[in-house]
Write a protein that binds this ligand. Sequence first.
Ligand code: GLC
Length: 723
Amino acid sequence: MREEKLGKLLASMTLEEKVGQLVQCNAGQFIENKMDITGPDGEILPAEELNRVIGSVLTFEDAAQARALQDKHLAADPHKIPLLLMLDVIHGLRTTYPIPLAMGCSFDDGLMTECADMARKEAAACGVHVTFNPMVDTARDPRWGRILETNSEEPLINSRMGAAFVRTAQGDDLSRKDNIACCVKHYAGYGAPEGGRDYNTVDMSERQLRESYLPAYKACVDAGARLVMPSFNALNGIPSVANRWLMNQVLRGEWGFSGVVVSDYNAVGELVAHGVAENMKDAVRLAMAAGCDIDMVQNAYYLHLAELVREGTVSEEALDKAVLRVLELKNELGLFENPYHGADEAKEREIYLCPEHREIARRAAEESAVLLKNDGILPFPETLRKVALIGPFAEERHLVGFWSRPGAWKDAVTLPEGLKAMLPALEVITERGCGAEIGDTDISGIERAVAAAREAEAVILALGEPENDSGEGRSRADLCLPGPQMELARRVLAANPRTAVLLFNGRPLALTELDAIAPAVLEMWYPGTEAGSAAARLLFGRANPCGKLSAGFPRSVGQCPLPYNRMNTGRPKPQPDSGVFPFTSSYLDSPNLPLYSFGHGLSYTRFETLDLTLSRETIRPDETLQVTVTVRNAGERAGKEVVQLYLRDRAASVVRPVQQLIDYKKVFLKPGETAEVTFDVTEEQLRFWDYECRYVSEPGAFEISTGYADHPEKTRVFTLTKD
Ligand code: GLC
């Protein structure tokens, strides 16, 4: 529809019809479906009246439902304004790729793009117009259950992968029926709740917020994300959905965002619980003043917004602006001409879980797995004839993560299935070794597991966290392997030292004891549909692990939060990180450093950094510094290496991190092959928020290193001159 016609449409609408465009309900209010709703249900309203005016729905199941929802609404809406259909497509729709935290460990923006393209096609066929993705919250505290949903503790990775998802999913023309709009979330700072406890309050300086938490949202807005979702949390005392500074001054003012703001689930009504709104009507006033366009599920807008406009508390102009933004998005998606967009049942049958998509999912699972430790027992030789597969994940099919679609777990390849398909002659003895539920205290099965371990040539010990122990509302105060898993590990490792541990979990865990007793630990995360296939190939060397941790693993929960890009303090603990040094920033009972640092990950081959050279020793602000890292595959097997570039600003007007990732590149090297990996470093990469909270660079000396966090390999110094 032409833009000017939208204005005429708006002018023809009644006040209630305008408000309806800003109301969003679960699809289940209008049609039966088996979807899990993602929060407490809002007040169920009279569906007939609601269906006549409503602007959008979320959480529907498939193309048939998408078309039925649209038909039901359009039949009742006198203006024939199509619904917006929104859904959480976080890491795949039906073909599930690894959880975002695992994807971050691939350090591969191109792989993220491939996965996003697969998700886009399947979501469009399902009838999705908008996905509530990418989630790019910086998360530095593994106690927070939603760390699984972001790519990294490092905003650079979240920025690149989030922007790659937006560009790929939206394409260059949203009216194309296989493109979908993106809603970046959760704006802002949701990943830094006090105590690592979901929904808890967030309090930090504006500098910290701008330095470490806002960049990734901005990268997605700059990539063209059409929607933004404010976060549940209070940020410096003001819940995001009512935070005029955050929403009007920064998002729409500084960043020029002109798209739609959709609240998180019930977040508008929850302003009453936060204690900043007397009642729901007051909550609506606050949310509208902060530019929140759509009220998800709570129905606060439906119940109170028209009254606020009639009494003049909310101007009709503000209402019209919000409604026009929603109509413009629907128009850009081409919904007035084709309200079904990409919903296509035949297409669903054709592409869901198709071989090409399974191949992408399997490759992603392989490239996001991280080999945390290997004393040489991996890869297992294919000549093995008998292995014991032990642990609560030995036959588990729930390997797809909290935000996979309901039922997607049924498509997942289990470990026995993956092993059998790859090595039909391999005898696999399977024993859970502990209770029916992952984490329960039943240890009656340990003896049988120990016996199986004793008989086998080698053991695969599959441990982890229950799939629903990470995700929304799933924070933990401890980071141990739940239940008797460590008891099982001790006994099995004692019975057969040739034991490789596979981990399935949605957050960094505290694995200090496991690291001490296991000869090999392979972090699989929740790898998605092709879990068992990828695990089998990695265990037997048909795939060479290349993942690097995108979030560090602490030694204990007591160290959290433990960001890799830490400050030096005035009393840094001397290295090595052992022993007790009173009057330094250290613990009496623990080292400072994590067990496995950010950027850590082993391979079945051995990479050496031969050199790091700089094109010059000083650069002016308008010049580019070329950094060349020479890396060699010194092992017997081909593999991929992630070359990481870290910066340290030796002295600035504010404290700066001892190490900060500023770039990364992944290279494939055959045995004996050497590569020169070059990076262009510009003045912009040296910028930070200074003493007056301005985004600037400052002249002076900088160190640039390769290797990984806490483990620099080569370091060089250069100077940024004034000009
Ligand atoms: C949830 C989540 C949000 C999700 C929304 C819709 O509560 O916080 O990430 O997109 O509701 O399901």
